[in-house]
Write a protein of this length. Sequence first.
Length: 298
Amino acid sequence: MRQKQILKNGLVCAGEHLECENYAADKQALKKVVSLKAGDYYFRDKTEHSALVFLLSGELELSMGYTINQKVVGGQMYLIPAGESYCSKTKTDTTVFYSPFDWEMPLCNKFAIRQLVKYKQNDCTDTDKTRLCLLRLHKVLKQEIESAIETLNTGLGCIHYQKLKRDIIFMELRGLYEKEQLAALFSPILGIDNDFKVKVLSAYTQTETVKELMDILHMSPTTFKRKFYQAFGTSAKHWLIQKKKERIFHDLIFTKTSVAELADKYKFSENYMTAFCCEHFGKSPRKIRFEWRSFIKG
């Protein structure tokens, strides 16, 4: 069925492409197009890679970190840093184009992302620390993305094609925007020890305490605390609690696991699970589950 659909869309010799070792399945894809209906709710926990997100049409409200329900409209782009959890709800039918990338990804062969740090200001223009930096899509960049989507929709999922398109998009960012604008866009990942951050993001789910995390990373308390604050802008204790809150919140809303089973998963008693949710969310686990599921359906 999939091969017939791709053939109908125009890809010649679809079987050869699908069976090729360079065909990028969903998890390996460097470009992702998502079409959402009005009222759709989306939650993503602990993104593996940073990603540029281009909202081609529609409108949504995004919550991520300290940013709560910020409106994003068609023709704007923003950055999701690696390791962040985020949720969004669409206000209208929406088309989103994701472009995941690694820290080493250059803007061009003469200019690396890390070089933007010298152009970084305190905040994105007209925003504060609770607001997401949004940049307007240049018409040339928008056309490039629309062209990529049209090609991807034929079924041409070759990883080499996707890498080439990613390179072109980053080069257009380099050529079509001021360095100060790009520094604002990439500011969440500038000026930090990304190797350390990646190690923390890979290890923290195996730990319950700051000491356990330090032991896994084989670091002294002094070095760990300094690097952690530089990378995440907060203490490890506060960050671990925040990540646990996000995981519990996700499980309450998007799984059918009982509260008792969730308490066991997070090494809580059922009573402490209730106390934890009341302290951090202002409501019991069952009330959170009921209210948010009603909200999503509504």
